[in-house]
Design a protein around this ligand. Structure first.
Ligand code: VGL
Ligand code: ZN
Length: 215
């Protein structure tokens, strides 16, 4: 755990991952435990960041990642997609539904970009950079590069899926990534949190608390 970090610069961006009703609300379709409690901290941190980018999971009906599409069970069943094993989820974040909307308590007026991902019916996308086929780009790397945003701080949901994959891909695209552990919550399927922590460690991705950020 890092204790101090250099102060923020104009090259720093906060990426707020998938703070949508279906993940955040206890009654959401794919509710992540503790999702609501990180909202105030995210709002407060975002207000002090020079740049803020939000992501939105944005699936069509019948999406490949929905268990219902295959007549299978969410969380435990998987399918073999052309790109490999795809975990199956409850129907969630369907385009233009209230479940896909950003949570109403999220209050980040200085948001510069809302990036939608997972909109291709046959490819899921945990990462904000690369879809689950690991080859289809979302365009975010080019956007960040063109804007000179080089150091990226990650918070939101879910720690072990979209936050984790995004931070890892950020490093693999040449960006510096830092994860705000206290401002993220996990789905926590068996082994997913451990696997995420191991991958962060292997790539030297720091996990810090927002209070350790010298703003
Ligand atoms: C996510 C599972 C399915 C996430 C999105 O935001 O972490 N997890 N779709
Ligand atoms: Zn999804």
């Amino acid at each position: 755990m890092s204790r101090t970090l250099p102060p923020l610069t104009p090259h720093d961006a906060l990426l707020v991952i998938d703070m949508q009703n279906d993940f955040v609300s206890p009654a959401g379709a794919l509710s992540v435990r503790g999702g609501e409690e990180i909202i105030p901290g995210i709002n407060a941190l975002a207000a002090r960041f020079p740049h803020v980018i939000l992501t939105q999971d944005w699936h069509p009906r019948g999406h490949i990642s929905f268990a219902s599409t295959h007549g299978l069970q969410p969380f435990t069943d998987t399918v073999q997609a052309p790109y490999g094993t795809q975990t199956l989820w409850p129907d969630h974040c369907i385009q233009n539904t209230s479940g896909a909307a950003l949570h109403s308590a999220l209050d980040i007026p200085n948001t510069e970009l809302i990036l939608r991902k997972g909109f291709r019916k046959d490819i899921d996308s945990y990462s904000a950079f690369l879809e689950n086929d690991r080859t289809t780009p979302t365009g975010l790397a080019g956007y960040l590069r063109e804007r000179g945003l080089t150091r990226l701080f990650f918070c939101g949901l879910a720690y072990d899926f979209c936050v984790g994959f995004s931070a890892i891909d950020a490093v693999q695209h040449g960006f510096t990534a830092i994860v705000l552990q206290d401002l993220a919550r996990a789905v926590a399927l068996p082994t997913t949190v451990e696997t995420t922590n191991d991958r962060f460690a292997a790539l030297n991705i720091p996990r810090i608390h927002a209070s350790h950020l010298a703003l």
